[in-house]
Write a protein that binds this ligand. Structure first.
Ligand code: DAH
Length: 345
């Protein structure tokens, strides 16, 4: 087979590839020109039987033809592919608005903590915090609840195995321990709030969750400067801001070891404005939290001299308020992780 034949094959192939209009035809041409039984393959195979001189003469033209046809094949393949595409259906409108990625957002409790902090900071309060894994001293003893004190039973506690440690650890049952922690490092006068997560080892129902949130507040000044009257006014101011309308606060005598005198406080029902409805069971008042004048023993536990300072402390549960403000029927929803609930806020 001579170089002329190679030139013929080359011309023939170039034309055939240039004219090919479909994938199918291309596949046939591929077999015809490069297949095992093609002239080109036969010529390449035949090279080994030729003399060195013949090889030098014809070898390059066989290789050359093959290279040229391979290129023609690749070009044709790209062209056929391009021509076969339905460009209209692939048209992209680059100006069309994108599809929004779903974004997460803050938990309703987190938003409410921020809302409450905002109200109190505008009133000149600082925000303090303390550990959720607390020790017995701050959670109980320093708050005038020694281990034999019956008030300890009021707060079912998750104790942490503390063997070999010099103190017993627990998940804090309230935010009150932060009162003492804060006072250890600050000198009055001050006013603080302490938002925080707390834990109770009790069975859950629509109004009880083992993990929930409290707000503690502590206002301390020199003796004579801070009174129960200040507390009542502060509470009324805060709740009016929080609910967006006037709220009355009433105190009922009660007992908490870390305050004296101690109170429970109610707010006028936010649903009926104190007239009496199903939400307040016809009473017109809703129980919110505990309060009182700080026990001197608590000041002493924090290292303050007895009698020098005077102040009030109060605490309330956050879920309760959130439920009222957002009309949420079940406290367990907050910790449920149910996105259908979370996404409503
Ligand atoms: N720590 C109390 C509780 O969780 C609530 C409380 C009562 C806080 C009276 C106070 C207070 O600051 O003065 O039940």
């Amino acid at each position: 087979m001579g170089t002329e034949r190679m030139t013929e094959i080359e011309e023939e192939g170039k034309r055939a590839f240039a004219e090919a209009g479909s994938d199918e035809v291309l596949r046939e041409l591929e077999v015809r020109f490069f297949g095992r039984k093609s002239e080109l393959t036969a010529a390449l195979k035949g090279l080994k039987d030729l003399s060195a001189e013949e090889k030098r003469e014809i070898g390059p033209s066989i290789q050359g033809t093959r290279t040229v046809l391979m290129e023609a094949f690749v070009v044709a393949k790209e062209r056929v592919e391009r021509e076969g595409r339905d460009w209209e259906s692939e048209r992209i409108d680059v100006t069309a608005p994108g599809i929004a990625e779903p974004l997460g957002h803050l938990h309703p409790i987190t938003t409410m903590i921020a809302e409450i902090e905002d109200i109190f900071t505008r009133l000149g309060f600082d925000v303090a915090d303390g550990p959720e894994l607390e020790n017995e001293f701050y959670n109980f003893d320093a708050l005038n609840m020694p281990s034999d004190h019956p008030a300890r039973d009021m707060q079912d506690t998750f104790w942490i195995e503390s063997e070999g440690l010099d103190t017993r650890y627990l998940l804090r049952t309230h935010t009150s321990p932060v009162q003492v922690r804060y006072m250890e490092t600050h000198v009055p006068p001050f006013r603080i709030i302490v938002p925080g997560r707390v834990f109770r080892n009790e069975s859950t129902d629509a109004t009880h969750e083992h993990t929930f949130h409290q707000f503690e507040s502590l206002v301390v000044g020199e003796t004579g400067d801070v009174t129960v009257g200040h507390f009542k006014h502060l509470a009324e101011t805060f709740f009016a801001e929080f609910f967006g309308h006037k709220i009355d606060v009433r105190l009922r005598p009660s007992y908490f070891p870390f305050v004296e005198p101690g109170f429970e406080f109610d707010i006028s029902c936010v649903f009926c404005d104190g007239k009496g409805c199903a939400s307040c069971k016809g009473i017109g008042w809703i129980e919110i939290g505990g309060a009182g004048m700080v026990q001197q023993k608590v000041f002493e536990a924090a290292g303050y001299p007895r009698g020098k300072y005077q102040g009030f402390a109060w605490g309330f549960g956050l879920e309760r308020l959130a439920m009222m403000k957002r009309r949420i029927p079940d406290a367990r929803l907050f910790m449920s992780g149910d996105l259908r609930f979370i996404r409503q806020f």
